[in-house]
Design a protein around this ligand. Structure first.
Ligand SMILES: [Zn+2]
Length: 150
């Protein structure tokens, strides 16, 4: 669906709720970080960057990042980063498009998929709600840390 703020708030809420590592939150924004800057600056790069916004491309990228870490935490990095990226892709599926959408089955199929419930600007209307929820989660987290530290 959404804009980057919505992805961050959803990722942060689940990361805190399920006590996941910060890699989960990074994964929640990873697909757009890997692709959007390039397609905005150079729209012709879409077909080069699009594989990094697909399950196969993200799995390979998450595995590459995990292998940059020591063996003891590779599985944790891969699973948390991958789960965050999975959340991102699932949220994106709800977004409607005028033409084309997400190529979930790349490189096996060019069939594009979307659930088609929300237009891109809808998540912007909901931004104040996400901001309040994000602020509430941050204050709750801060209070828990203060209480734990005495
Ligand atoms: Zn996205």
């Amino acid at each position: 669906m959404p804009d980057l703020v919505t992805h961050v708030i959803a990722g942060y809420g689940l990361q805190r709720g399920f006590r996941l590592t910060p890699w989960f939150l990074i994964g929640a924004i990873l697909p757009d970080i890997l692709t959007r800057p390039f397609t905005i600056v150079w729209p012709g790069s879409f077909w080069w960057t699009m594989p990094l916004h697909t399950p196969v491309g993200l799995t390979l990228f998450c595995a590459a990042i995990a292998f940059l870490h020591r063996p003891g935490i590779r599985a944790s990095v891969f699973l948390n980063l991958g789960a965050g990226a999975f959340l991102h892709v699932v949220l994106d599926l709800f977004q409607a498009h005028l033409a084309g959408s997400y190529y979930l089955f790349f490189p096996f199929s060019w069939h594009s998929v979307e659930i088609d419930l929300i237009w891109p600007e809808t998540s912007l209307y909901l931004l104040p709600l996400w901001a309040v929820i994000g602020l509430w989660l941050a204050v709750k987290h801060f209070r828990q840390r203060m209480k734990a530290e005495g």
